[in-house]
Design a protein around this ligand. Structure first.
Ligand code: FAD
Length: 313
């Protein structure tokens, strides 16, 4: 009853925001109290107060302009494959940059993709056109926007190897194009992860190769990933970054935590740097395993494990 009353009060408050959005010309979808467990790959998370799905890339841009003018804060979500949302959910606005922001334009060896394009789809489409360089993205389940923010990669390659230009929106500076050397890409990081830039689109410089050879490389990558990752369970991929010269998974395995459970969450038996949801895991249970892994690894190896995933509350 108390929860319902709080929600009704919040609902009144949020009506004002949604009215403002509609009046600003926003054409996309606005949902109240959207369960984030349906919006994240690990299938965990309570409600987002206001969940917004823009209708197009242009709609997203206008929405961001409106929110900065009004000084309204927000979270940006791609496909939710690198996020753990708390069981209480997220207060305020969550904007999903997804399917509606998904234009792709090929031009010679270059391809421009809007932020909501799935990286794996882009890799496949480029490969079919005989464009090589995105093979590493074939098994990464996020969006182009999320991949740029995170400088996503695998097996020694990442977004920084092929990026030509990034277009962002910054609340204080509007729309801006960035050359690769200005993006400050690092291991699972970019300047935008720190400065709050919203990725609107990215352009990649690829190389010509035979489609069959590209497909073979992608198939090999996918097969290797299937062999070592627990892809049959919901997860957020690697929980921790690899410390310099080592692997987080090796350290967690070495302290004996492979297979360790907390309620419905488990440190995967297949890959110790992945926590899987066995069906009804709560965020607190995942956090319990995260804290345990950190504590034991610090105790035994003196290594501080740094989170790769983000925790939203
Ligand atoms: C099974 C599995 C395997 C994985 N394997 C890999 C791997 O091999 N290599 C790897 O690097 N990662 C891997 N990941 C992690 C994840 O897929 C990547 O980090 C991905 O790039 C996140 O993209 P996303 O769209 O899901 O972003 P989200 O998880 O939705 O968001 C991640 C961060 O990016 C921000 N963000 C998203 N879109 C935008 C945007 N347009 N503008 C500004 N900020 C934005 C969010 O606010 C958040 O801070 C894996 C995940 C899973 C579940």
């Amino acid at each position: 009853m108390k929860k319902l009353k709080i929600r009704m009060k919040a609902g009144q408050r949020y009506k004002k925001v949604t009215r403002g959005l509609h009046n600003s010309g926003f054409r996309g979808e606005i949902r109240l109290f959207e369960e984030m467990k349906g919006r994240t790959s690990i299938k965990i998370g309570g409600p987002a107060d206001i969940f917004i799905i823009p209708a197009s890339g242009n709609d997203l841009k206008k929405l961001l302009e409106y929110l900065s003018q009004q000084n309204i804060p927000y979270h940006i979500l791609g496909r939710g494959t690198n996020i753990l949302v708390s069981d209480q959910g997220v207060r305020g606005l969550v904007i999903q940059v997804g399917r509606a922001s998904a234009e792709i334009t090929f031009n010679g060896n270059q391809v421009m993709a809007e932020a909501g394009v799935a990286l794996a789809r882009l890799a496949r489409l480029a490969g079919e056109r005989g464009l090589s360089g995105l093979e590493f993205g074939a098994g990464i389940p996020g969006t182009v926007g999320g991949a740029v923010i995170m400088n996503a990669g695998c097996q020694g390659e990442d977004i920084s190897c092929i990026i030509k230009r990034v277009r962002t929106f910054h609340p204080d500076a509007g729309v801006k194009d960035w050359a690769p050397e200005d993006c400050r890409f690092g291991y699972r990081s970019s300047r935008f992860r720190k400065d709050g830039g919203i990725v609107l689109e990215a352009e990649f410089e690829l190389r010509r190769d035979r489609p069959l050879l590209i497909k073979k490389r992608m198939d090999d990558i996918l097969a290797r990933r299937k062999a070592v990752l627990p892809l049959e369970y919901p997860s957020a991929g690697s929980i921790f970054k690899n410390p310099p010269g080592d692997f987080a998974g090796r350290l967690i395995d070495a302290v004996g935590l492979k297979g360790k459970r907390a309620g419905g969450a488990q440190i995967s038996e297949k890959h110790a740097n992945v926590i899987i949801n066995l069906g009804s895991a709560r965020a607190t249970e995942v956090e319990e395993l995260i804290a345990l892994a950190r504590e034991k690894v610090k105790e035994m190896f003196g290594v501080e494990l740094e989170l790769e995933i983000e925790i939203w509350s």
